[in-house]
Unconditional design. Structure first.
Length: 317
């Protein structure tokens, strides 16, 4: 966070309260209770004054830890050739270690992801995938599920005219179909103007056959660059920035790179919440250096709902 914004925030919300919302649960981790408390206070103020935006990853953030990924839904639908699966596995084994490497440079990781995503999309195009097959794959997939209480969070956001940007490096058409299938609130026409999905969206020809993917390519290493401009556009959708006052972004993700989906700038306070799904002991300290709160043990959206709805909390200060 920019120093000027952090200073204003600590002055505006001095630590004078001991809240009752219990953060002392085993699956809730945070490094700085003071900063967290101040950010939550600002979050609630911005919720009620049209100065809040929400950015959320989809795969294993909105969807549950053990849920199929959006790409996985297509790969496991039984409609792709053996050659596709062989080549897709080769791509995974080649590029995934680079994507998650702690020693590779950002440039190296970015180049690996671009090659991987483009090659994987090329394989799908060769399979003559159709929009009808994608719809059926989502309909028949029993292990793509959303985290519990997501609809309650979505309803609260829409009641308060808060825009939600679902931002993912996954298969956008699958994500849209999954949200429509599994979220009753998402299916409603009301306040649809507040929702936006940005992901790798397919291009279909007149017969519904996959011909390519729209630009920009979104992968795990370029989310910050892509979302910076999109967030500015999204903030004006259904909300109005108040001059001279800080606004807040609630960021929800599961990958370490998701922390960069919103930038800390003067006048913009980002409250980052991570769902750490795997290898908790190995990754917890790293996640705590990037996120304000890290949730483990496959939680639902209860804590997010409590932060937004005004429940007092106890950070142990």
């Amino acid at each position: 966070m920019c120093n000027s914004s952090l200073t204003r925030l600590s002055q505006k919300f001095p630590i004078i309260y001991i809240y009752k919302m219990d953060l002392q649960r085993e699956n809730i981790h945070f490094a700085n209770g003071g900063n967290l408390q101040s950010k939550v206070q600002l979050l609630r103020e911005c919720l009620c004054s049209s100065r809040l935006s929400v950015i959320a990853d989809f795969d294993r953030t909105i969807s549950a830890r053990n849920s199929n990924s959006s790409h996985g839904v297509i790969e496991k639908c039984g409609l792709l050739s053996d050659d596709y699966h062989t080549r897709a596995r080769e791509l995974f084994e080649t590029y995934y270690p680079i994507e998650i490497s702690s020693t590779a440079t950002l440039e190296e990781r970015t180049q690996a992801c671009e090659t991987w995503w483009n090659s994987a999309h090329g394989l799908l195009i060769k399979e003559e995938l159709t929009s009808e097959k994608v719809a059926k794959a989502v309909e028949n997939c029993s292990d793509l599920v959303l985290r519990d209480r997501f609809d309650e969070v979505l309803q609260l956001l829409e009641t308060n005219s808060v825009p939600l940007l679902v931002f993912s490096a996954g298969f956008g058409d699958v994500i849209k179909a999954a949200l429509l299938r599994h979220s009753g609130v998402w299916r409603t026409e009301q306040r649809r103007d507040l929702r936006k999905v940005v992901a790798n969206m397919a291009e279909w020809d007149e017969s519904g056959r996959l011909t390519g993917f729209q630009e920009p390519l979104v992968h795990s290493c370029n989310k910050g660059a892509v979302v910076k401009q999109l967030l500015q556009q999204q903030h004006g959708c259904g909300s109005q920035k108040t001059s001279g006052e800080d606004r807040c972004v609630l960021l929800l993700g599961d990958g370490i790179g998701d922390a960069d989906m919103a930038a800390d700038e003067d006048g913009v306070i980002v409250l980052r919440v991570a769902f750490l799904n795997f290898e908790v002991e190995k990754n917890l300290d790293r996640y705590l250096s990037k996120f304000d709160i890290v949730l483990t043990a496959d939680p639902d959206f209860s804590l997010v709902l409590e932060m937004l709805s005004g429940g007092d909390f106890n950070s142990g200060l």
